[in-house]
Ligand binder design. Structure first.
Ligand SMILES: CC(C)=CCC/C(C)=C/CC/C(C)=C/CC/C(C)=C/[C@@H]1[C@@H](COP(=O)(O)OP(=O)(O)O)[C@]1(C)CC/C=C(\C)CC/C=C(\C)CCC=C(C)C
Length: 603
């Protein structure tokens, strides 16, 4: 009896497990725990018979004075624990690095022949050839035996996983495929070198090639760790592939539970890629791209939401952004008004079915209207907006906030060089309510749809708080964009506030456009401070309500709100950093704020 092997765990495998657990804890979801448990079960069940065979046939052994004693099918408990901890560590690294990824955008609808069929077959042939080699090594026994046993055990699993999820394995960024394989592999190579040198475990000399990757590291051991980490990562990718299919295609899978059953996972993985809805995939790709490039705060926040709620929020963002941009980027007010009208007609058509009451006819009328809405979108909107408009989940969003948002955009068209729609604080509150309070209502509606069970009374309370939180964010947005808005000829600051600083709208806009002197800058600082005070007063009044949202959505909502409000906090610091004319939160601080928000409410 000895503690050598146990010490390897104590020094090399348990500390990274603790560090990764602490780091990942705030990001961890029930689905993540399910994934890890699933992977560990498969890893242990599939490795035990193989490892037991190796020990019983004396391919490798453990000197009795390095292990504590208890065994399972001749495998020392330390070794069984190794399967668990390695799977745990590699899984956590994978999950951490994959958090920002929305997996459905990497799915590809396949044609009967084409690039993807070739890629799939190429991988399968390579793995089959490796397996054939392994079988030869095993049959011939001798010094290639251990190498052969590793190949014969690992490659059939890899073949299966590749066949099921080659699209994601090829398409995903290397940060969520290669890196979680290579980083732990390299680490375990070093640990193994030390263990073999110390004789913690021994490969018998008659069954190994004798080749080393570096002094002290047998090639068999190197290959073993590479393949086991590959199996773990491929298993996780296959799991994510299944969840991506379940979440992306409601037409195939109308009802998806938070924790899909193994049967549903297999159903999703075996859905032929030719049956994927490529319009939906493209809509998601375009929406994620838009979100990534237009809003750093919401892009970061979106990665903390899960499943179909995450998808719906991203499409909602994309819709709001498309609508806002169509109006903001119009060449003149006349064109902007035309876009407003076009957007209203789109909503009229999309929600038209609600007007047509009458039992059996509702469905028919809805289909007819959807057809007309689709045609209208194709004819009247630019191509890059089509899919976002067509995928907007109108069946789970009330129409009123959407129309109200358009009214807010209409207010943007009322600005002249010396006046605008904002005459006082009340108008600015109303503007914020229209362009941002509405967005909050829509977000909360999606939350309550995907996580049902909130009472009507509570829902109303949440809506009110969310609405005010939207206004808070809009005040911060205005405080940040004073100069950018001035360049567009817009001043959202209530004139009485300007008057107090002895400024007119015209003077304020011109000063911002031209830079202004220190005296002017001071006045801008005072006005900005007032906007931020109002922003934080709305924020303070609503922030507690986040903790009353369905539990799985609290932390992500905190991230969305806090990441944006951080802009306001930065603006209050002298010398805040500015990018492309806008105050910005440095990336590392944004991540830190999001991380803190995930951990719990601010005290
Ligand atoms: C996580 C995720 C993907 C969320 C999506 C949120 C969403 C749908 C945002 C729409 C944004 C948008 C383009 C709206 C058009 C009108 C507009 C410009 C509003 C301003 C947003 C700023 O967006 P922008 O793209 O310009 O971002 P940058 O400034 O460039 O970074 C607004 C400031 C309004 C945004 C308002 C919200 C997201 C509502 C916030 C409130 C909640 C989520 C409710 C919180 C819940 C409780 C109970 C308090």
């Amino acid at each position: 009896m000895g503690y050598e092997y146990a010490l390897v765990h104590l020094v090399y495998t348990i500390p990274p497990a603790i560090a990764l657990s602490l780091l990942y804890a705030p990001l961890c979801t029930k689905l993540d725990l399910y994934k890890i448990a699933f992977l560990i079960t498969i890893a242990v069940v599939s490795t035990i018979p193989w490892d037991s065979y190796l020990i019983r046939t004396k391919v490798w052994s453990y000197p009795p004075d390095v292990i504590i004693g208890p065994t399972l099918l001749d495998i020392p408990l330390e070794e069984v624990f190794f399967f668990v901890i390695q799977t745990f560590n590699t899984s956590l690294l994978y999950l951490l690095l994959s958090k920002p990824i929305l997996h459905p955008i990497y799915l590809v609808k396949e044609k009967a022949s084409g690039k993807w069929k070739f890629i799939k077959i190429f991988g399968q042939v390579a793995l089959a050839l490796g397996l054939k080699k392994g079988i030869d090594f095993v049959m011939n026994k001798g010094e290639n035996l251990y190498l052969g046993l590793i190949l014969v055990w690992a490659l059939p699993f890899l073949f299966l996983l590749w066949s099921l999820s080659y699209q994601l394995l090829v398409g995903l960024p290397v940060t969520s495929t290669l890196i979680p394989v290579l980083a732990p592999t390299l680490y375990l190579w070093v640990v193994d070198t030390l263990a073999l040198k110390r004789g913690t475990w021994v490969i018998e000399s008659g069954t190994k090639t004798g080749l080393t990757l570096w002094p002290g590291l047998e090639v068999e051991e190197a290959l073993f760790f590479f393949l086991t980490n590959s199996l773990i990562v491929c298993g996780l990718v296959a799991f994510d592939n299944a969840v991506a299919v379940l979440n992306a295609f409601p037409a195939h899978f109308p009802h998806v539970r938070g924790l899909p059953s193994p049967f549903q996972l297999i159903q999703a993985l075996t859905l032929p890629a030719a049956a994927y809805d490529d319009d939906r995939i493209l809509a998601l790709q375009q929406s994620v791209d838009r979100l990534k490039h237009k809003s750093r705060s919401f892009y970061l926040a979106s990665s903390t939401f899960q499943g179909r709620l995450r998808i719906d929020l991203i499409i909602l963002y994309s819709f709001c952004r498309v609508a806002d941009d169509l109006i903001d980027n119009a060449k003149d007010v006349t064109e902007a008004r035309e876009w407003l009208q076009t957007l209203k007609t789109y909503l009229d058509l999309s929600y038209g079915h609600a007007e047509i009451a009458g039992d059996g006819q509702i469905r028919q009328a809805r289909d007819a209207n959807q057809g007309r809405a689709t045609l209208f979108v194709m004819q009247r909107f630019p191509p890059e907006a089509h899919l976002t408009l067509l995928m907007l989940p109108t069946d789970r969003l009330d129409k009123e906030p959407l129309y109200e948002m358009l009214k807010g955009f209409e207010m943007d068209l009322l600005f002249t060089s010396s006046s605008g729609p904002i005459k006082g604080e009340g108008d600015l509150d109303q503007y914020g309510a229209r362009v941002a309070g509405t967005v909050a209502l829509l977000c909360i509606q999606l939350v309550l749809y995907h996580y049902p069970g909130t009472s009507d009374k509570k829902a109303k309370k949440l809506m009110l708080a969310g609405h005010n939180m939207g206004i808070a964010l809009q005040y911060t947005n205005i405080a940040r964009d004073l100069s950018a808005d001035a360049r567009l000829g817009r001043c959202y600051v209530p004139p009485p506030w300007l008057k107090k600083e002895k400024l007119t709208i015209e003077a304020f806009i011109n000063g911002l456009k031209q830079g202004g002197d220190d005296f002017f800058a001071k006045k801008v600082g005072i006005v900005r401070g007032r906007l931020l005070d109002r922003s934080f007063s709305f924020y303070e009044g609503s922030v507690k309500a986040i903790e009353e949202l369905p539990s799985a959505t609290r932390a992500p909502m905190r991230v969305a709100v806090e990441s944006y409000m951080q802009i306001g906090r930065e603006l209050r610091q002298p010398g805040y950093s500015v990018k492309a004319g806008k105050a910005t939160v440095p990336k590392w601080r944004r991540i830190l704020v999001a991380y803190q928000a995930l951990k719990g409410p601010q005290t």
